[in-house]
Design a protein around this ligand. Sequence first.
Ligand SMILES: [Mg+2]
Ligand SMILES: [Zn+2]
Length: 194
Amino acid sequence: MNQQPVVFLDRDGTLNVEVGYIRNLDDLVLIDGAADAVRKLNEAGVATILVTNQTGAARGYYPESHILALNARLLKLLAAGGARLDDVYYCPHFEDGIVAPFSCLCQCRKPSVGMVDQAYADHPQLDSTRSFVIGDKATDIELAKNCGAKGVLVTTGYGTAVLKGEYQWPVEPDYQASSIVEAVEWILEQVQLN
Ligand SMILES: [Mg+2]
Ligand SMILES: [Zn+2]
C-alpha cells in the first residue's frame, strides 16, 4: 500500500519568494519555475504536500483566515501553471506569540514532525522510505532528519544565509539546490533509482 514517494514542501522561500510576513495577498509571488517543478512531481506520481510554519496569526499580524487565504492564492498560482499540491498543512503556533489559542508549544512546528505524521495518517499510500523535504531553512533540513526523509536545501529564501552560517544553525542537507527546480530534478533522479 505504501507505494507513493512524497515530497514535503516548505512555502516561503521555497515555492514563493521570501518577503517576510505577507500582509497583502498580491505579495505572494511564485519563485521562477516553481509551478513547472511541482507539475513534474505530479506527472511522475510523486505526492506533493505543503508543510509550513505560519506564526503571523500568533504574533497578531493578521487573523488565521489570512493564512488560509495566502495558501489558497498559492494553490491558485500553481494551478495556473498546471500544478497541484496533494495536501496543505500549516502550523499556526508560536510559543512566544501574543494571540490565543496559537501562543503555545506544539508538536507541529517544524522541525517537529507533527505535520508530517498527520500527512502519513491522512494519506496511507505515502511511502516514508521514499520521502523528501525541500526547504530554505535549517528547520526544514532538521525536519527531514527527524522524519527520516532526505533533506534538500534550496538557496532561494534564507538558504544562502543558512549555508554561510548567518541564519539559524549549520546543517548538512542531503542535497543543495539553487532552487526548487534543481531540487525536483535531483529528487526525480533519486525516485527513479529506487
Ligand atoms: Mg521557508
Ligand atoms: Zn503547531
